[in-house]
Design a protein around this ligand. Structure first.
Ligand code: ATP
Length: 249
């Protein structure tokens, strides 16, 4: 038995563990109630994808890693679900790529921002951006537009796991290279991404870290080849086909 009293032999162990982490996140005040609904949507798609990383999502994770390597400034955006599900993995990704971590909430309250920042620091984060909120994403209303001018505001590459569709579209319109992790290939976030990774955030983030380590010494030309060989629409179409056909290879 582990943190949630579910035996590891249970066939849906990972899914139940994930659900309990979100529940604990709500209890700790880091995940919003709407986050529970987002979790439910994600679980449904993960179930249809066989709760594993399909090959096209693995390729997208490698492309994301290449973007991290070539970025002038990369930021990993963290919301209440991501903070509850994989805080340590976010810190590892930031360490491996030199990216900044920024708390970025749809339902922003000062208290939740602080709790998430504390939670990330407890998991090893040194600097957490997002609290000063002195920048704005053009085209969105006040609360949802708020970002750090020195973080997401000035970054050229932004990883937004589980982003709300409106904000994902607005960030893409700012000309940023937007890396999106979303289990729903039909969501507006996935559709507006430069690199959509159709996978569970708990698998995708450590996978990007692994690819980034693997690409650590790759020359720029090799990184550009990885990026140029990727087509976001093909990746989304492949994920949708996998869901429709049940063929996950
Ligand atoms: P759209 O992008 O179409 O506007 P939305 O903003 O309404 O969608 P939400 O209701 O905020 O989307 O749902 C969050 C999204 O995050 C859903 O598409 C869901 O599939 C996805 N999601 C939820 N949990 C996870 C997870 N653990 N890993 C990856 N994606 C997830």
């Amino acid at each position: 038995m582990t943190e949630v009293d579910v035996p590891e032999s249970h066939p849906r162990y990972e899914s139940l563990l994930t659900r309990h982490r979100i529940e604990a996140g709500v209890e700790k005040g880091i995940t919003s109630k709407q986050g529970l609904i987002a979790q439910g949507r994600g679980e449904a798609y993960d179930y249809l994808l066989g709760e594993r990383t399909i090959p096209s999502a693995d390729e997208a994770a490698r492309v994301a890693a290449a973007h991290f390597r070539l970025a002038d400034q990369a930021v990993v955006s963290v919301n209440g679900n991501v903070a509850a599900l994989c805080p340590g993995e976010v810190v590892e990704l930031a360490d491996a790529t030199g990216a900044d971590i920024e708390v970025n909430l749809f339902n922003r309250t000062a208290e939740r921002m602080e709790r998430i920042a504390d939670h990330l620091r407890e998991h090893g984060a040194e600097a957490v951006l997002g609290l000063s909120a002195d920048g704005r994403i053009p085209g969105l209303d006040h609360e949802r537009a708020t970002v750090d001018a020195d973080g997401i505001g000035s970054a050229d590459v932004v990883l937004v796991p589980l982003e709300d569709g409106d904000r994902a579209e607005a960030l893409a319109a700012m000309g940023k290279t937007e890396l999106v992790i979303d289990l729903n290939p039909l969501s507006r976030s996935a559709q507006s991404a430069s690199v959509p990774i159709v996978d569970n955030v708990i698998r995708a983030i450590p996978n990007i870290t692994e690819h980034a380590r693997d690409l650590r010494d790759a020359p720029e030309t090799a990184l550009r080849d990885v990026i140029d060989g990727f087509d976001p629409e093909t990746a989304l179409g492949t994920a949708e086909d996998a869901i429709r056909s049940g063929d996950l290879d």
